[in-house]
Design a binder for this molecule. Structure first.
Ligand SMILES: Nc1ncnc2c1ncn2[C@@H]1O[C@H](COP(=O)(O)OP(=O)(O)OP(=O)(O)O)[C@@H](O)[C@H]1O
Ligand code: SF4
Length: 820
């Protein structure tokens, strides 16, 4: 049987064909899938072609089924049914044609502009409108006085906390169709919800790369062709979504230093109390639907990345962050960064419903950490003390002029801060570095049990307390910058507010901790179990696919993310390279006996010398780049010191110039110097680096940059920290309920975390089908079946059944490999 046509722009590799079929089947069957395909194997195109071929085919099928559902009544002649079917076909085609005509007009207009400019560049890259406008802040101190605050409900009604903009704006958005009225009757193409693929990745550059691949794909239309006509191509309707930080085109807001500050300022400018002249001029206007629709058509007419979308906003003088919302409904592919998809409040703010759609998460080896990061929070002692001090100064100034409930609430904030400071003082008094802490203990301050935290958080938000206080403090210190923004982009009280939100409703899967770090004491809330927060995505979506270059070991995702799902589809693709291009060996012993790098063994200086001597043995056989991955920065420093003292570093340097990605230096500079040395030095170079460290992600060790990679030891996380102890305890408690033996689930998880980082490191030495490299795993524990089983399939397959794993024997294999 001929392989299925997925409309791949190239002749797909065999593994791509298998990958696309797996994606297609997973979506068709409405499952959860975990798919890995090594870097350089065209994973993005496999995901795109597999999912979008399904999407278009499904749309056609659905349309066919809707026609077939038009039934004949007993007394109706057959021609009436035919007529009804023809009408349905005509209507659907007309709707599609109307949209296509408008989008085509935009494409033509843009093409003309490009031709006129004489080059084929996309729309002018990136905004950055002129700035340096006059200061608009009044000099009057009264501006810092809190507005009257008597009825919480009144203020609550004025703002729409979840959505993040005022009720006025909300109404306007609804009117313009910018907030999806899910379930409402929507007839015309402007509001007809398309079935979509949400494609999510971690960084902008990964999303841009994906958008680049999307541009290559041409697919048959989602409606069947008219009789006697040939199938044509229908352009993809793609929309890229981003945060305000990527899309804000108001120069006074966009220039703020971070995301929280930009979000805050944007929302602040929309408050009913902000005067018209200070409001953002780019917020879509009620009486200007034309601009909003024009933006939507521009957004969908061509496949654009985030910079292009910002440029469209600048050109049309409308905020792309808000104006892109109406384009969600008719889009077929939506690309977005992790937080916008994973955070429920962000999805709600954007009006994204995942119901029945497809979710693809790329680079998903980060997914559990990302979810835990999004739902965790922290506050430092310094921030708490600063916030308290500012509030006291503020109260002193305005105490007698604060009206309504203001004084009560401000006093309550101070009380809660005092309460959070209590356990910090206790930790210091006990001389401890860290300790877990219960929520009750954090809220044990005088009278705090009487405070309604939910009301208090809402008050801080609605009254703009943080801005008012920070503004007044900056004013008294006269440290306002020229354009009127106060010294700190994010007021300290905003951090307090964010942390209180966690206190208000901590998920039962999380825990609180207090830790001393270098400069302060930190109170943290850590989410220990990401599965509940991800569950809504899984339950809403038709299918969810986690994809990545190295997803092994996959069992961890099943346990940690989908414990409630019986069957998860998995696929581990091989590499494009022939087996002869890869050598994988364990180095389990040297002349002195077995090599093991447990925490205890590492402390022994002799172990450091044994590593150095093994590298002295191996380095002369390796051409070009030799990368050594170590389990921690501490161990890297220890090795270098011992090697220096014993003259071993000097010897290594004569074989290959040695570069080290130490804790303090710039990873880019080190990597650049290492790459330059490979080009210029006849012996290549050696790079000492740390697993999970600065050079472990996003750096490419293709070709000469990594002809041999040595992983020293197993980089287990430090299981003695209170955070890890809590996590392990949590996992074991859950496993016990499932009937597993004590300790096995947590040990499995720690091994999985460790091996995931090993796999990330070694997976990056082969980057394309003509690449070749050797991978050496130094630690006798790599010989154990349970550890070996956690390596990606294509690496495991290259390991000999029974290897001679002493340094000498491996050296001979490496020599032979490089000779051939
Ligand atoms: N079958 C094919 N034939 C030729 N070129 C292809 C094929 N499939 C993909 N490509 C191209 O190969 C390039 C490399 O794709 P790449 O492997 O980087 O994608 P990827 O596997 O998604 O990578 P990453 O894991 O880094 O995200 C892309 O420009 C892509 O268009
Ligand atoms: S409305 Fe848009 S352009 Fe204006 S401040 Fe907010 S994000 Fe920036």
């Amino acid at each position: 049987m001929a392989p299925k046509d997925f409309h791949h722009p190239f002749q797909p590799y065999d593994i791509q064909q298998v990958f696309m079929e797996a994606v297609y089947t997973c979506i068709e069957e409405g499952k959860v899938g975990i798919f890995e395909s090594p870097t350089g194997t065209g994973k993005s195109l496999s995901l795109i072609c597999g999912s979008l071929t399904w999407l278009r085919e499904y749309k056609r099928r659905q349309f066919g089924e809707s026609l077939a559902a038009i039934q004949l009544n007993e007394d109706e002649p057959e021609w009436m049914v035919e007529h009804a079917k023809n009408e349905r076909r005509k209507e659907a085609r007309q709707l599609r044609a109307d949209l296509e005509v408008r989008l085509e007009a935009v494409r033509q207009r843009e093409k003309k502009i490009r031709q006129k400019k004489g080059n084929e560049e996309p729309l002018a890259k990136r905004r950055k409108v002129a700035h340096d406008e006059e200061s608009e802040i009044l000099n009057d101190e009264d501006q810092y006085l809190l507005d009257d605050y008597d009825s919480d409900d009144e203020v609550a009604k004025q703002t729409n906390g979840d959505v993040g903009f005022s009720s006025e704006t909300t109404k306007l958005m609804e009117k313009l169709g910018m907030l999806q009225a899910v379930g409402s009757e929507q007839k015309n193409e402007e509001s007809c919800e398309e079935l979509k693929v949400f494609f999510c990745s971690r960084t902008h550059s990964q999303l841009s790369q994906f958008v680049g691949e999307l541009k290559r794909v041409r697919l048959p239309p989602g409606l069947p062709p008219e009789e006697n006509t040939v199938d044509v191509i229908e352009e993809l309707k793609h929309l890229t979504l981003g945060s305000r930080r990527s899309l804000c085109i108001n120069p006074k807001v966009a220039k703020l230093s971070n995301q929280t500050a930009i979000n805050e300022r944007c929302i602040e400018l929309q408050q009913p109390s902000t005067s018209a002249e200070h409001k953002c001029p780019f917020l879509p206007k009620k009486d200007d639907q034309d601009t909003t629709l024009d933006f939507r058509d521009h957004a969908l007419a061509n496949i654009r990345d985030i910079e292009d979308l910002a440029a469209v906003g600048t050109k049309l003088r409308v905020c792309p962050y808000y104006a892109s919302r109406p384009a969600i409904v008719p889009a077929e592919v939506v690309t977005l960064p992790y937080p916008l998809l994973l955070q429920k409040s962000a999805r709600e703010a954007l009006g994204i419903s995942l119901k029945g759609h497809i979710v693809i998460i790329d680079e998903a080896h980060n997914l559990m950490n990302a979810i835990e990061g999004i739902y965790s929070a922290q506050i430092t002692e310094v921030q708490l003390s600063r916030a308290r001090e500012s509030l006291m100064i503020y109260l002193q100034k305005f105490r007698n002029r604060l009206k309504g409930a203001n004084r009560m609430y401000v006093t309550q904030v101070i009380r809660v801060i005092d309460s959070l400071l209590l356990p910090i003082v206790q930790l210091k008094a006990d001389g401890k570095d860290s300790a877990p802490i219960q929520l009750d203990a954090l809220l044990s301050g005088k009278g705090v049990d009487q405070i309604n935290l939910a009301k208090l958080v809402r008050y801080i938000n609605d009254s703009k307390l943080a801005r008012k206080v920070e503004g007044y403090i900056a004013h008294t210190k006269d440290v306002r910058s020229k354009d009127g923004t106060v010294a700190a982009d994010v007021p300290t009280l905003t951090h307090v507010q964010n942390f209180l939100t966690c206190l208000m409703n901590p998920s039962k899967e999380g825990r609180f901790f207090i830790n001393k770090d270098q400069s302060s004491v930190v109170v943290r809330y850590l989410l220990l179990d990401p599965s509940e927060h991800f569950r809504e995505v899984v339950e809403d979506a038709r299918a969810v696919i986690l994809a990545g270059g190295t997803m092994s070991p996959m069992d961890d995702y099943k346990q940690q993310l989908f414990p409630y799902i019986d069957e998860v589809s998995t696929l581990s693709c091989g590499h494009l390279i022939p087996p002869s291009n890869l050598l994988v060996r364990t180095i389990a012993s040297d002349a002195k006996g077995p090599l093991e790098f447990s925490f205890k063994a590492r402390a022994n200086p002799e172990t450091a010398m044994r590593v150095g001597k093994a590298l002295l043995d191996l380095a002369p056989c390796v051409k070009a780049g030799l990368v050594v991955f170590l389990p921690s920065y501490g161990y890297l420093e220890q090795l270098i010191n011992i090697w220096k003292e014993n003259g071993l570093l000097e010897k290594l340097n004569t074989l290959k110039p040695v570069f080290s990605d130490g804790r303090g230096g710039s990873a880019e500079h080190t990597f650049q110097a290492y790459s330059d040395s490979i080009k210029t030095s006849p012996n290549g170079a050696m790079l000492l680096s740390v697993i999970g460290g600065k050079l472990s992600e996003g750096i490419n060790f293709s070709d000469g940059l990594g002809r041999c990679v040595v992983v020293v030891g197993l980089p287990f996380p430090n299981l003695e920290t209170p955070e890890w102890k809590a996590k392990m305890q949590y996992i074991d408690e859950k496993a016990l309920v499932r009937g597993q033996t004590k300790g096995s689930a947590s040990r499995e998880h720690a091994e999985n975390v460790c091996m995931r980082s090993v796999n990330q490191a070694i997976g990056r030495v082969i980057r394309h089908k003509d690449d070749w490299a050797s991978i050496l795993l130094m630690d006798s524990r790599y010989e154990q079946g349970r550890i070996k089983s956690k390596l990606p399939g294509w690496i495991k397959e290259c390991m000999p059944e029974k290897s001679l794993s002493g340094v000498g024997a491996v050296r001979e294999d490496v020599e032979r490999f490089f000779r051939s």
